[in-house]
Design a protein around this ligand. Structure first.
Ligand code: HSE
Length: 319
């Protein structure tokens, strides 16, 4: 939508959508991620007379998210952003509309935070580039789960597939987007990212590291060569998945079902409990989500499913 025609813009405000993301992409713990078209979160931001950042409304969170400006990831990262650009004179009010499950492993906090940062940057006529805003979104992640990893916020902000080559200094690279569909299933069990990070082993065996970096390099090469088979056979994780899969009901059974139905690859999305599969076509993705959902229903576990291509554009103004 044209910004000039935005009804909120006319009233000194904007409504922004930012996408969910699949972090890690199985073998790239904390260094790989991509955005999807759906689900995602929405933020409405309006200028106010009083300097500072406030939150007047949050919907879709069942009361789980803090309204306090210092504690909420959206407002806290906007505060950091305003301080950085020396605009603490600015006053904005935020409405956050959660359109995706919290604690799902789909970058829920990242989608909200990125929507907020994109909105303030647009309202102030874009003082920063999308890449320059990533560190402020990472502050939000730090608040949400204790570490400022970038593999959700960077793809949510930039769209597409990204590599975080280095955290210190931050070095983020956009990778080619594969022509693949993504099938996502969110089994409704609680797996907080903070806990799912704490349970991972802190040291790894050299022989496992060799397998892992071979796979990361294979996946990145597969993206550049658009070699779907190479992408598929590189998406294996010997470091994190063996531990985290314990938290996900019937993880290996779900993988077997997805692969039998023709998935290119299957794994945990971010820290879980969501799982995802890459497929060559949309129908296969739909078949996989249906079959896995049916299986989870049999286990008395509710679930949400999403089928989407990889999102290219990142956040966007929707009103
Ligand atoms: N890389 C992060 C993790 C992503 O796996 O903990 C969290 O969504």
């Amino acid at each position: 939508m044209d910004i000039i025609n935005s009804p909120f813009r006319g009233l000194g405000g904007l409504k922004v959508f930012a996408p969910a993301t699949v972090a890690n992409v199985v073998c790239g713990f904390d260094v790989l991620g991509f955005a999807v078209n759906a689900p995602g979160d929405e933020v409405v931001m309006r200028f106010t007379d009083k300097p500072g950042v406030s939150i007047s409304k949050i919907t879709g969170d069942n009361g789980r998210l803090p309204m306090s400006a210092d504690k909420n990831t959206v407002s806290a990262s906007v505060q950091h952003y305003l301080k950085h650009i020396n605009r603490t004179d600015v006053g904005v009010d935020i409405e956050l509309h959660k359109k995706m499950p919290i604690g799902s492993g789909l970058g829920s906090s990242s989608a909200s935070t990125v929507a907020g940062l994109f909105a303030i940057n647009e309202l102030l006529d874009r003082p920063l580039t999308a890449m320059e805003m990533v560190p402020f979104a990472m502050k939000g992640e730090e608040l949400a789960c204790g570490t400022g990893h970038a593999d959700n916020v960077a793809p949510a902000m930039l769209g597409g597939f990204v590599l975080i080559r280095s955290y210190e200094p931050l070095d983020i690279i956009k990778l080619p987007t594969p022509n693949l569909y993504c099938a996502i299933v969110f089994p409704d069990v609680d797996v907080p990212t903070r806990d799912a990070r704490q349970m991972i082993r802190k040291s790894v065996l050299l022989k496992d590291a060799v397998v892992q970096w071979g796979n990361v390099a294979g996946l990145v090469t597969g993206l550049f060569m658009n070699d779907i088979d190479l992408i598929g056979r590189s998406m294996h994780d010997v470091l994190v998945e063996p531990t985290r899969s314990i938290l996900i009901p019937d993880f290996y059974k779900m993988r077997e079902m997805a692969m039998e139905l023709g998935a290119v690859s299957f794994g945990i999305s971010g820290s879980g409990p969501s799982v995802f599969a890459f497929t060559r076509d949309e129908q296969t993705a739909v078949n996989i989500t249906n079959k896995i959902q049916q299986h989870l229903t049999g286990l008395h576990i509710a679930s949400e499913t999403y089928v989407s291509a990889v999102n290219q554009e990142g956040p966007k103004i929707i009103g």
